[in-house]
Design a protein around this ligand. Structure first.
Ligand code: HEC
Ligand code: HEC
Ligand code: HEC
Ligand code: HEC
Ligand code: HEC
Ligand code: HEC
Ligand code: HEC
Length: 333
């Protein structure tokens, strides 16, 4: 199985340029949230929201064309579809569509100037609010302003590009399945970095292949399922859960022993807030072992001691053996 994986990666690198093979390496559907979450939440705005969902909730919508004097059926572009299941599972599920969007949207065709509608920012609602103090919005905002994406604000980048207004849901804070959280967080980045349609809206850069750019990393598929992009691409910050300072590529983590060592950076990032009790079976960074085995980071102190004893023992036996041989030699002469 291992050998098979070693073979499959170079093969993927050779034949990869499409996002389909990206999805294979990253091991996830790009929109990895399941649509079939069992959700018992009932919004006080359910009825109101249906006025929008009847057109934006699926790929088909209908309206009365006054000129033709009849019902017309059309396709809703996929980028304009808001999925009910995801929306009612998201952090902002209690909102009515028209809390964030103008009530003018009730009219169809939508008035042209609505396209210029100013959208709220996270900070507009969350800034300076005691209720959300634990999230440190101000500090996240400050970090974001130093991150490489901030210069793309003029092109339309904003917090919303990573936190989809209609589906974003905190994950790592509430995680009970770390692998799912890793896939969720990585899908946020892959939404642009393996989807050129989205990427090109913000930059004139050529399409890049993430698989090729990371070909120095062995077993890519395993790595991408076990660590998040932000482990290597952000500067660690002790006071917030998720560092938002994405560094230029030159400063990304490339040295294996940043993770594969006793003071692995993973303890300060991915495993930072694991509440599970530290394991007491002698492994360094034992928390990681609940999810992965990271060569170097998960050395066991008892095994270390044992190997030392074996080493000293073997050296001793060889030493005695040599002494005996010398004595034998002396005897025969
Ligand atoms: C009769 C169908 C219909 C209804 C009802 C409807 N929409 Fe739309 N909406 C559309 C179509 C079609 C588009 C894409 C064409 C356009 O931009 O006008 C669109 C586009 C939009 C856009 C994107 C505008 C842009 O910047 O490109 C927003 C935001 C939006 N609708 C919000 C809403 C909200 C909020 C509601 C409910 C209050 C709503 N819509 C109700 C059909 C509808
Ligand atoms: C918490 C605020 C918020 C709520 C609630 C909200 N939206 Fe949005 N919506 C936004 C923002 C912000 C954008 C622009 C996203 C961007 O710039 O990437 C947006 C964009 C859109 C678009 C344009 C396509 C897109 O996804 O970018 C449509 C259509 C839309 N919203 C429909 C709806 C409908 C329908 C609802 C209710 C079910 C709704 N919105 C509820 C904030 C909200
Ligand atoms: C229009 C105001 C508004 C905007 C804009 C807004 N939020 Fe919120 N947000 C709220 C409110 C109000 C709640 C609490 C909802 C509830 O009680 O269920 C909330 C809830 C949350 C929560 C869950 C908090 C908890 O403890 O359950 C998170 C996380 C969050 N928002 C993040 C964001 C992010 C990130 C952005 C920007 C991308 C954003 N919000 C934009 C008003 C807003
Ligand atoms: C480049 C992508 C990206 C951008 C831009 C971004 N975020 Fe995030 N953010 C993430 C990821 C990834 C997570 C982790 C999601 C999870 O697992 O809960 C996150 C988590 C969060 C959380 C939850 C942290 C916690 O303690 O649970 C908040 C709050 C937040 N972001 C606010 C913001 C605000 C405010 C902005 C804009 C100033 C912003 N984010 C911009 C990627 C981004
Ligand atoms: C193990 C650490 C690590 C992980 C995990 C990782 N990267 Fe990287 N990434 C790097 C390094 C190091 C570079 C710089 C490579 C070089 O310059 O040779 C890089 C380069 C990049 C670049 C710049 C490519 C270019 O040349 O323009 C992008 C974009 C990128 N990574 C995105 C991602 C995304 C998205 C993920 C998650 C799916 C991710 N990375 C996961 C370490 C990592
Ligand atoms: C909305 C789209 C979008 C999302 C989401 C996004 N990026 Fe980017 N990212 C870009 C674009 C566009 C560029 C190219 C910027 C430029 O023109 O230099 C970029 C550049 C980068 C670079 C290269 C910086 C350099 O030095 O050239 C890295 C690394 C990177 N992103 C990492 C991430 C990570 C990690 C995430 C998720 C936490 C993420 N991105 C999410 C659009 C996005
Ligand atoms: C961001 C942290 C990080 C970095 C940097 C990193 N690794 Fe890993 N590596 C991991 C984790 C986590 C695992 C455990 C995967 C699992 O078992 O879930 C792993 C597993 C491995 C494995 C075993 C794979 C398997 O299929 O079981 C090898 C081999 C490996 N890494 C080599 C390297 C090499 C060589 C480098 C440097 C070029 C490197 N790693 C850089 C985190 C990292």
């Amino acid at each position: 199985m291992k050998i098979f994986r070693f073979l499959i990666i170079p093969i993927l690198v050779l034949f990869s340029n499409t996002s389909a093979s990206h999805a294979e390496v990253f091991g996830i559907k790009l929109n990895n949230q399941s649509d079939t979450d069992t959700n018992t939440f009932v919004s006080p705005f359910k009825e109101d929201n249906e006025r929008c969902f009847k057109c934006h909730g699926q790929s088909k919508y209908e309206y009365t064309n006054e000129t033709l004097g009849r019902q017309v059926k059309e396709l809703m572009y996929s980028e304009r579809i808001v999925k009910r299941e995801l929306y009612y599972n998201s952090n902002h599920k209690k909102f009515s569509c028209t809390d964030c969007h103008s009530a003018e949207y009730l009219k169809f065709p939508h008035a042209g100037e609505l396209r210029m509608e100013q959208k709220y920012n996270c900070i507009d609602c969350h800034g300076g609010d005691e209720k959300f103090a634990q999230y440190h919005f101000e500090e996240i905002d400050a970090e974001y302003q130093k991150s490489i994406h901030f210069k793309l604000e003029g092109e339309g980048f904003s917090c919303w590009k990573c936190h989809d207004p209609h589906s974003y849901k905190i994950s790592v804070r509430n995680q009970d399945n770390l692998k799912e959280t890793i896939a969720y967080d990585n899908a946020i980045c892959l939404n642009c970095h393996s989807n050129f349609d989205h990427f090109q809206l913000l930059t004139d850069k050529e399409e890049i292949s993430l698989i090729q750019k990371h070909d120095w990393l062995p077993n890519q598929a395993t790595h991408f399922k076990s660590v998040r992009c932000i482990e290597c691409h952000t500067k660690i910050n002790d006071s917030i859960k998720i560092s938002h300072l994405i560094l230029p590529k030159e400063e990304a983590v490339k040295r294996c022993n940043e993770c594969h060592s006793q003071n692995s950076i993973l303890m300060a990032s991915l495993y930072k807030f694991e509440s599970k009790a530290q394991r007491r079976d002698g492994f360094f960074n034992g928390i990681i072992l609940n999810e992965s085995y990271v060569i170097g980071a998960n050395r066991n102190e008892y095994l270390n001691l044992l190997s030392l004893i074996i080493f000293v023992g073997v050296a001793g036996v060889i030493g005695i053996h040599i002494l005996l041989r010398i004595r034998e030699k002396n005897k025969t002469y």
